[in-house]
Design a protein around this ligand. Sequence first.
Ligand SMILES: Cc1cc2nc3c(=O)[nH]c(=O)nc-3n(C[C@H](O)[C@H](O)[C@H](O)COP(=O)(O)OP(=O)(O)OC[C@H]3O[C@@H](n4cnc5c(N)ncnc54)[C@H](O)[C@@H]3O)c2cc1C
Ligand code: SF4
Length: 493
Amino acid sequence: MTRRWLFADQLGPHFDVGRSGVLLVESRAALGRRRYHRQKLHLILSALRHRATDLGDSAVYLRADTYGEALAELGEPVRVYEPTSFAADAFVRRRLESGEVESVDPTPGYSLRKDEFATWAGDRRRLRMDDFYRFQRQRLDLLMEGADPVGGRWSYDDENREPPPKGKATLGAPAPYRPREDDIDAEVRDDLDRWARDDRLETVGADGPRLFAVTRREALAALERFVTERLVGFGPHEDAMLKGDWEMAHSLLSVPLNLGLLSPVEVAERAVQAYADGDAPLASVEGFVRQVVGWREYVWHVYWHFGRTYRRRNTMAARSSLPPWFDDLEADSVDAACLGDVLGGVRDRGWVHHIPRLMVLGNWAAQRGYDPDELTEWFQTRFVDGYDWVMPANVVGMSQHADGGAMATKPYVSGGAYIDRMSDYCGGCRYDPKKRVGEDACPFTAGYWAYLDRNADRLEGNNRMARPLQGRHRLKDLHELVEQEKARGDDPP
Ligand SMILES: Cc1cc2nc3c(=O)[nH]c(=O)nc-3n(C[C@H](O)[C@H](O)[C@H](O)COP(=O)(O)OP(=O)(O)OC[C@H]3O[C@@H](n4cnc5c(N)ncnc54)[C@H](O)[C@@H]3O)c2cc1C
Ligand code: SF4
């Protein structure tokens, strides 16, 4: 019988611990290799140490410089589940050859195995998320009536794009679950402080009370609170942003899901149960199920499907380095109300919801031509739920259109009008979303046109961009606007 080595994102009961015990490793090299958000390191360490405490004597908990040293110290072979990055996968495959790893078993962290996805993908010309989602719904029998979707439609996405409610500072959803810190958190905080003082660790972002679940008990409580109190409001305002309400009706489950504390199927099934019990409407439940067994699993599989080089794609030839204020999360140096608030959210929590990620941060980065590889690294390290496998599809594909359209048929770029419609930011901003040039010209509006002008040749064959590309010729101030944005350079807007 062989001990199983569980990685820091394999911490729930669906990662079977068997009867031979478990190895958990805290690698100092892995923690210090990149400049991570302080709260992200806290979550990972807290999760690992809590799991070790829960497992008691059946767990060997090693603190080593590298994973290799930990394996040498253990001195016996281990079994592993498939890890979640190319680098970790290569590591365990090498150790498989050397005999230190006995087997690499399919991960129970996702509902569909890699070989099953390969069969589904077959020789399809395009891997469409919508097709994959239907396949998942049918296969997992989620919201199905025989062969048909409950309610007669697969997606209620078109009902979920409402702007924020007028005149309201918050959505008014019941508060999400908040964990209570304990002695393990205090010890983690002390360790991180000490390593930073000794110059052994450089982090970015603010420390703060732990906001996300790191144990199975906490994760189940967070799921339950979301499903029973907040799911009913999930959906209609999914795409909206409010400066006074960072959580809105989102589930805040990405951290426990990505730590492997919850299985995606149990999460989706719990939401479907709420619909069956009459506790949440179909549009909200369907929207949530689509995120968890549709988007999340699709993003996981395309990571492996597109391969290691996908992350380096750069078809928009964007080569600017991230300016220091952006890289260091210096939100106070930013006047643009939307970008300042969102960057501040990343600094203070390492988390903002999907639309600020896509339509503020990603939009800004695309407009300014930030290098997608650098940006991917930034998202992965600055967000508490960032992992290698989540980044390429979301950042390189969706948000930067750097893959030539393999993920999304058009770039997610927009001017200030979109942000104005979908948020309450613009009213309190020194810029005017309608202005393209001048002192109070909105940097997103001007940036949008400058982006189109700079990338006109690259977007030429894209039918969905034909109208906006044509539209730029009607702007009398296009030249002035392009010069204005060039002059803005790397300064914070
Ligand atoms: C530029 C960019 C970067 C992103 N980076 C990350 C990341 O580092 N880690 C991460 O988990 N998600 C990432 N996402 C996807 C999504 O924004 C987050 O999963 C979501 O905001 C997390 O908040 P939540 O748990 O409240 O999600 P909800 O809105 O409540 O959605 C429920 C769950 O669905 C899953 N999900 C939904 N969309 C996606 C998606 N596109 N990719 C993966 N999972 C999805 C998540 O597990 C999430 O917890 C990113 C999206 C963009 C556009
Ligand atoms: S005016 Fe422009 S910069 Fe200001 S909040 Fe609106 S979109 Fe953002």
